[in-house]
Design a protein around this ligand. Structure first.
Ligand code: SAM
Ligand code: SF4
Length: 326
């Protein structure tokens, strides 16, 4: 078990497989984003070794993210190896879905269990504008392939004022009336070079709930308001699906946070919205033993921060979202 100094049991690791992406979402990275050279990223065997160490420290759940995890060379083999690591119970992925038409089946066969697919609007023009060049039809194809492969699917939407904050939100919420899906709305968080844009465009959970219920009727809490992971869940009357809100900015869920992140360049990021990181890749490459690395990880986790400092205008500037792994 890996405890931090607040008594939280940290057992969930999100791994960014690459900082690269086949889209350039306006809320995630600048259009002229430069990516790290491959040699600076964790190699496959380095990921394996770190996953084994985390499993030995009581980690049970891994989520692969990025950048776009499906553009990582060997992604299917990486999933297979993680899924077969003793101690790891679940391997999930967060993806933009563009490559899932070909990859969903092999990923499922390799042991992937769940996929969160990002889709910020159903409107093709707006999707193209938000992602700077994406085609929403490709995401739909990816969603269908993922379901056909028997994987559990959730949909994620980041809401940006004047891009997708009105009828787009209602259209996405309406999907839960027809499908047993979880559609989750994520409050935009500020990072690095994109922070001014993100802070100007944030739409709060309170506002989203008003927009949705004005069109589709009341939203009733699911599970007596208990969090599902990081999401507060609600249901429209008679809906088979649920609507989730992930509101890290206006309603942080630090008390129930069980996760840390591994950036593609092998830094342990202890809180998404705080800059503090612990370098694991350099000692690993310098010959550290497993015991040395475990001690570095345990010490980092012990000091995992509590709470963001956005209200004090302290914004994490050292990386943008795609480099951390959302
Ligand atoms: N490329 C994959 C995708 O888009 O799903 C995985 C990586 S992406 C960084 C992970 C999640 O972070 C996505 O759901 C994305 O919408 C979300 N995200 C990106 N930038 C964000 C921001 N500034 N605030 C909140 N969520 C953000
Ligand atoms: Fe790429 Fe995901 Fe960031 Fe969009 S949110 S640019 S798909 S990493």
């Amino acid at each position: 078990m890996s405890l931090d100094r607040f008594g939280r049991n940290i057992n969930y690791l999100r791994i960014s497989l690459t900082d690269k992406c086949n889209l350039r979402c306006v809320y995630c990275m600048p259009e002229d984003m430069t990516f790290r050279p491959r040699a600076e990223l964790m190699q496959d065997d380095e990921i394996d070794r770190l996953v084994q160490l985390f499993a030995g420290l009581g980690f049970r759940k891994i989520r692969l993210t990025g950048g776009e995890p499906t553009v990582r060379h060997n992604v299917v083999d990486i999933v297979r190896r993680i899924a077969h690591t003793p101690g790891i119970e679940t391997v999930a992925m967060t993806t933009n879905g563009l490559l899932l038409d070909k990859l969903a089946r092999p990923l499922a066969d390799a042991g992937l269990k769940r996929v969160n697919i990002s889709i910020d609007t159903l409107n093709p023009e707006k999707f193209n504008k938000i992602t700077r060049w994406g085609k929403v039809e490709d995401v739909w194809t990816g969603i269908e392939s993922t379901q056909q492969a028997g994987l559990e699917v959730k949909l994620n939407a980041v809401v940006v004022r004047n891009y997708n904050d009105k009828e787009d939100v209602v259209d996405l919420a309406r999907l839960t009336l027809a499908h047993p899906w979880q559609v989750r709305f994520i409050e935009m968080m500020p990072f690095g070079d994109v922070a001014d844009f993100q802070q100007a465009g944030i739409v709060s959970q309170a506002e989203l709930m008003t927009t949705i219920s004005a069109e589709l009727g009341p939203l009733s809490p699911v599970n007596n308001g208990e969090l599902d992971g990081e999401a507060q869940l609600y249901r429209l009357d008679g809906a088979p699906g649920t609507i989730g809100f992930i509101s890290s900015v206006t309603q942080p869920f630090c008390a129930s946070c069980t996760r840390v992140r591994l950036t593609a360049d092998g830094r342990l990021r202890l809180c998404l919205l705080r800059e503090k990181e612990v370098d694991l890749l350099t000692p690993l490459r310098d010959g550290a033993t497993n015991d040395d690395l475990k001690a570095i990880i345990e010490d980092g986790i012990w000091w995992k921060p509590w709470g963001h400092k956005l209200e004090e205008h302290i914004i994490p500037l050292n990386r943008v979202m795609s480099e951390i792994g959302g």
